[in-house]
Design a protein around this ligand. Structure first.
Ligand code: UDP
Ligand code: MG
Length: 316
């Protein structure tokens, strides 16, 4: 099978028929063998009924329907598990992404050898409250992930070599960082294609402004995982040692001050009167905590099934 189109959807009843007809047209025009996997993320409207009736008319349409709303990432993850096409395309259900992009995305994967091609909504039809923070967010993501050629990490329209989606796990809200997940899994050839974007035709956006706060927190998590995921002690040990050294220096200062004051005035001041005493106390306690966190991290890592997951490019 050439292509699997994975469509996560949450209350998108109005768009589904139009989207399906459009994908069918594109596939027929290009002679692709394909499947469409609608992952219904716990819709409370009649989306699933629409999907069922669409599937009756077309054996290429499949569906996974969640019992409740879990989020876009879990929806993509389950769609990826089911996908069988050589190229897997993800696409939002709200008609903001155009199925006309599919043939070129397919070509970039198959002919140009990309592992992942991410859409870039160069001209966006979204409110300013969304587009401006998005620019900032993408700049940070580029910096942190080291994938410098991507302008639009969170574009719903993406294409993957099948192998890629079988080797990544999208969970929580990590769909914003799939290129980063793919890079961490060892897939380096990540490209971009400018894609047409449209204003939402029906319904409303399913994500609020909290996407930006959560987006940054997730980015921090991924950065930590990719840098120290299997060696947490390298970070916590460093922080712990630094704290401990500062604490130790502060203790020495307290000691010296005490001796000097004793020799000078014949009177030893209370150590609790010195700011350095509190500094040493705080730093040593924090240092110890960093170390303990590091040790616990190492114990957890040792038990992680991911600790020896490598993508091997060649083996004789
Ligand atoms: N979506 C989903 N589960 C959710 C939220 C959204 O499956 O919990 C789907 C939604 O139906 C749409 C896609 O993810 O197909 C993108 O969502 P939306 O269009 O609301 O995001 P935006 O375009 O505003 O970034
Ligand atoms: Mg949308």
């Amino acid at each position: 099978m050439d292509i699997s189109v994975v469509v996560p959807l949450f209350n998108e009843e109005e768009s589904l028929t139009e989207l399906t007809r459009w994908i069918e047209r594109v596939m027929a025009a290009n002679g692709f063998s394909y499947e469409i996997i609608f992952v219904n993320d716990g819709s409370t409207d009649s989306s699933q009924r629409v999907v069922r009736s669409l599937a009756e008319g077309n054996p290429n349409i499949h569906s996974i329907s969640f019992a409740r709303n879990y989020g876009k990432s879990p929806a993509l993850n389950e769609g990826f598990r089911k996908a069988q096409g050589d190229v897997v395309i993800t696409m939002d259900a709200d008609l903001q992404d155009s199925p006309d992009e599919i043939p070129e995305l397919y070509r970039m994967i198959m002919a140009e050898g990309y592992d992942l091609v991410s859409g870039w909504k160069k001209k966006r039809y979204d409110p300013l409250s969304k587009t401006i923070p998005t620019k900032l967010f993408n700049a940070t993501a580029r910096k942190v992930s080291g994938i410098r050629n991507l302008h639009d990490f969170n574009c719903g329209l993406k294409a993957y070599r099948k192998e890629v989606v079988k080797h990544i796990e999208v969970y929580g809200d990590m769909h914003r960082y799939i290129p980063y997940l793919a890079k961490n899994a060892g897939y380096k050839k990540i490209g971009e294609k400018v894609v047409q974007h449209q204003a939402r035709k029906y319904g409303h956006t399913k994500f609020g402004l909290d996407r930006f706060v959560n987006g940054y927190l997730d980015l921090a998590t991924l950065w930590f995982q990719s840098s120290f995921g299997v060696k947490p002690m390298h970070l916590f040990g460093l922080l712990g040692s630094a704290m401990f050294i500062i604490g130790l220096l502060a203790v020495l200062v307290v000691l010296v001050l005490k001796i000097v004051s004793m020799c000078h005035d014949g009177f030893a001041f209370y150590v609790t009167n010195s700011v350095y005493f509190y500094l040493s106390l705080a730093c040593m306690i924090m240092g110890l905590q960093f170390f303990l966190t590091g040790f616990i991290g190492e114990l957890i890592t040792r038990n992680s099934p991911e600790r020896n997951n490598y993508l091997i490019a060649e083996e004789f």
